[in-house]
Structures are given as C-alpha cells and as structure tokens.
Write a protein that binds this ligand. Structure first.
Ligand SMILES: C[S@@+](CC[C@H](N)C(=O)[O-])C[C@H]1O[C@@H](n2cnc3c(N)ncnc32)[C@H](O)[C@@H]1O
Length: 267
C-alpha cells in the first residue's frame, strides 16, 4: 500500500475516472485535486469525504507555473506525513505535462514515503478519438509548444505532430488573459520552415463535460495568428503529415508477408 497515490481524473469531467483510481481514492484519508470541472468536488467527496481543491491556492495571475507545482507538492507531502494514505488527483493523465508528481516523487523519496502512480485518460487519448488518428500508422512526434520554439526543434513533415500547450506558448507564467495575434508569429514562422503555408492544422479542445461538444478549429498554418484569441490554454494543436516518406527497405517489405521470413525470425 502506498502513502501517496498520484492519479489522473481524465478529461471528460468525472466520466473518465477508472475503477482503479476510484478504489485508491476510496481508500485514502484525503484526496487533494487540481481540476476545475463542475462535478469534480461532489464526485470526489462521495469517494473520500475529505476532498481538497488545490487549484485556487496554487495559481495566481502572472505567477510562475513552477511555483504552483511546488505549492501542490508541498501540500500533498504535508498531508501524507500527517494522515497517509492520500491521493493527489489531477486533470488528464497525471504524468503528462505536469511537474508536481515529479517533485512529490523526489520529496517522498527523501522522507521514505511510498508513492504509486496510476494512469489516466489524457488529452492525447481524446484527440486520437476525436480526429481518428492512429499513432501506429505513421508514428507521432509531440512537443510542448514553447519547448519547440526554445530549442528550434526540427519537425518531420511526414510524421503527424501533436503540439501541447499551444495556448500557453511563449510563457511559463499562468494567465487567464486572451492572446494577441502577435503571440503566434514565432510559432507560425517555425512551422512554416517545415510545412507548406496552406497545410491544414486542427486545434482541439476535447469536451470537458458530457453536455458540451468538443471544439475543433481547422485552419491553414499560415493563418494561425488569426486564431489567437480562440486558442485558450486548454487547446492542443494537431498537424497531419504533409506527405509520405517512401519505403526504403524493400527487402524487409517483401519479407514481411513471407512465411519463410516468419520462420527465420521465430522458434
Ligand atoms: C498542463 S498540460 C496537462 C495535460 C494533462 N495532464 C493530460 O494528460 O491531458 C495542459 C495541456 O494539455 C492539453 N489539454 C488539456 N485538456 C485538454 C482538452 N480538454 N482538450 C485538448 N487538449 C487538452 C493542452 O495542450 C493543454 O495546454
């Protein structure tokens, strides 16, 4: 049994909670959560009477997101030292795009507290379903939007691309403010190094509630700046491949449907 469970709440409000996650929350003396979904508190309280939202105390306008993660981690560790086991629950998959679980793991290690991480449904899973994208077909490259620009990471235009935090690009500070068109100029220039200007991308905000539809904005890459005010911090950008990479290993291609080859690679 762990002292701290780190779990994901999924994207579609409480409907994405797994039974495994519900079980550990039910076993916990407190669930500390970061999620602003309308039904989250009520639902979590049914599983564990002590449900504490960390969103309001963690984030402040123009405050560093890193400080917010430090605050969450400290609160979770305090709770675990006082009344373990506790659960730390957050939006989506708990290890995707959130630093707090890594801080918790490191602090817990120093204090001999046992941590267990459970998977959750991430925004990427929802996007695959929404756009019917199969990452096994042509692969998938994914980057965080600001990191893409900071390192000027090269993109392979023949591989589908998923860009996280496109609505938060160019800052590590938290804000609820609406973006100006200028915010996307650097990203547009970078993308145009690899894609034709009229190549269509999709910005996706998967439904956070069963009564709300998902929002998908389709636009040409050269037009991304015109969509600045729509792209809030919940959007992910998906760029389909702009071409196909030709097969190079024709010998392997032939072998893949040959029984002789199958025998040669199996016992
Ligand atoms: C801090 S990361 C958290 C990701 C989350 N842990 C997950 O597993 O999906 C926030 C980013 O996740 C993506 N995201 C979160 N919710 C989303 C949604 N409902 N639809 C599309 N993307 C979403 C966006 O790229 C957003 O900027």
């Amino acid at each position: 049994m762990a002292d701290i469970y780190i779990v994901g709440l999924g994207v579609l409000n409480v409907d994405h909670l797994t039974r495994e996650t519900e079980r550990v929350i039910g076993r916990s003396n407190e669930v500390l959560y970061v999620d602003t979904g309308v039904a989250t508190r009520t639902y979590l309280e049914r599983l564990c009477p002590r449900a504490t939202s960390l969103f309001e105390t963690s984030y402040e306008e123009a405050g560093a997101r890193l400080n917010a993660y430090g605050h969450m981690a400290a609160r979770v560790i305090d709770a675990a030292l006082d009344h373990a086991p506790v659960t730390f629950a957050m939006h989506g998959h708990p290890i995707v795009g959130v630093y707090a679980p890594f801080l918790i793991r490191d602090m817990a290690g120093l204090l001999s507290l046992k941590v267990q991480v459970l998977p959750g449904i991430s925004a990427m899973d929802c996007l695959f379903a929404e756009l019917m994208v199969d990452p096994c077909i042509g692969g998938m490259q994914m980057y965080e939007a600001s990191d893409l620009l900071l390192r000027r990471r090269p993109l392979q235009p023949d591989v589908p691309a998923l860009i996280w935090q496109v609505g938060c690009v160019e800052t590590c500070l938290h804000t609820m403010r609406v973006s100006r068109t200028e915010r996307y100029e650097r990203l547009r220039s970078h993308l145009l190094r690899f894609y034709p200007p009229r190549h269509q991308a999709a910005a996706v905000f998967s439904a956070p509630h069963p009564l709300m539809p998902s929002t998908v904005h389709h636009f040409a890459i050269q037009e991304i700046c015109n969509h600045a005010q729509l792209l809030h911090s919940g959007f992910t950008l998906f760029i389909p491949p702009a071409g196909e990479r030709p097969i190079v290993d024709h010998e392997l291609l032939k072998g893949m449907s040959s029984v002789d080859h199958l025998r040669s690679i199996t016992r």
